[in-house]
Design a protein around this ligand. Sequence first.
Ligand code: GN1
Ligand code: MG
Length: 368
Amino acid sequence: MYATLNEIGKKFRLAGELYTYEVITMGNINSTYKATYMREDGSLKPYLFQKVNTHVFKNPVEIMKNIDRVTGYIREKYPDQKTLHFHHTDEGHNYYVSDDNAFWRVVNYIESVTFDSSEDLHVIEATGKAFGQFQTNLSDFDGSVLYETIPDFHNTKKRLDTLFTHVGENPCGRVADCAKELSYLAAVREKAGELSVKFANGEIPKRVTHNDTKCNNVLFDRVTKEPIVVIDLDTIMPGMSMYDFADAVRFIANTAVEDEPDVSRVYFDTAKFRAFAQGFIGATIDALEPVELDNLVKATFSITVELASRFLDDYLTGDLYFRCNYPKHNLVRTRCQLALAKDIERKWDELSWIVRDVTEKIRNSGKK
Ligand code: GN1
Ligand code: MG
């Protein structure tokens, strides 16, 4: 790996010599390495090297153009805000395709800490604020210039349709393993797909959204525990604001990890939901329309069912999309998301009340 990274670093004209590197295991899609260079004066400078998964991202050049446009816009409009700095090759590209057709990019490493989960409600609220603010910063950005890097990425209805097509085809003979999961998904199929149908019909505003709002996509200052920057901009596309909210709480309010094999440990934590809602709604309240505020809980349920159907679809079609660490990893992930979806259904009224209460309090305090 050293030789490969060394070669890639030369293409991006990084100063000094590759001194050391480590593999970053976070993320289910791309391969990431932290590479530290020693410069001539002996100082060390870390970078992130990323090999983009071109099975998932069929047009990675389009991703890099999107990232360039969005980060350029934020840099210009909010010069004090930290943005990601990608390096360029001699040809002036912010990516490099190696001889073996691998797609590489290099970004400055930002000294920070990320949270895969947190018990600290302040950190959770700050995460909500960071993702909400990210959307608000881009509210005047013309989304029509962005490529749709993964078409229908959060089209829940289509995701479920695809799953059930593959159930019919049963390409790997695995359908029999998941009868219970499929019967639940069939029962909630329409309800979970409803918002995406409304979005396609133009009944829900189209905004520029992040689309992958896991809490570990916010970098925090190690000391102050304040957010520094939102990262992982691969799926920035026009989408529903509430799905950014939803994907984040799906992850952060889960009492267990995303691939917890013991589903009796999987619950949806309402206090964490409230904390995130405070941050997110506080940062977006001026822009959000009633149809968006009123559907935050339904969105949370829908995206949880959507991810379950994506994991299960990957299981049924041979585990080609998400990185798997053992044979039934995708099935375990599916069961975990379904346990979460069921708990969200149980807590629906309480969660709806929390959204109303938080919204009212923000409005009353005039707090943004
Ligand atoms: C993938 O690799 P990561 O963690 O950034 C996936 C998300 C899923 C997530 C589930 C492009 O994100 O949509 O919510 O796994 N990203 C893509 O852990 O499919
Ligand atoms: Mg991602």
